[in-house]
Design a protein around this ligand. Sequence first.
Ligand code: DC
Length: 225
Amino acid sequence: MNRPLPTPIAIDGPAASGKSTLGMELAERFGYAFLDTGLMYRAVTLAAVRAGIPAEDKAARRFVRTLDMRVEATTTTRIFLGNEDVTGRLRDPEVEANVSLYSALPSIRDAMVRKQRDIAAEGFAVLAGRDIGTVVLPDAPLKFYLEASEESRAERRSRQASGEWGQAQRDADARKDIALRDSIDSTRKVAPLRPAADAIIIDTTRLTLDQVLDLALEKVACASD
Ligand code: DC
């Protein structure tokens, strides 16, 4: 007899490893909600920077209690602060520069993890982040951990970016940014980036999106055979 589709599905991995792309593809195929938890940390960061809250746990604890943040997870993720849809602002420079600092604060992580668990409990869901398989949903029946070399992740990031600088400058900037983010995300005290013991590890360095998707689909099929 066939088992039901696995839910929730956890996808973790470092910056630009392809988590969101895979998550959205799976969500679309199976009609799951897709929650990009990185966007939640980005939205809190935007709100905190706007309100002039220092990246310090005590101030952040008071701040998150009053934070009016709404998360809409369909096949993509949209985030609202009050009535404002801030999804398009979440890659702004002031967010990029500060998100690793605010997302390392326990008070912010506690509040976000609670919201993430609530959303995962609402129905079929795929969540992407850094600590989904280890902390947020340790009992998830299917966990992926995507890896890719720093060089290939920087290349992907810089191809997505455009701007007044040339390609060589964009490549160098992307590599520096990715190396810094990896180091902060994987060495922080609370919920550092690491694969769960039961995660399926996929190295995407030399794989196309279709190949990654095929591998993931095989695993979903195995989990529901
Ligand atoms: O995936 P991203 O680049 O949008 O994530 C933005 C930041 O949020 C990144 O520095 C790590 C942090 N983050 C986290 O700490 N935990 C998560 N579950 C998701 C993201």
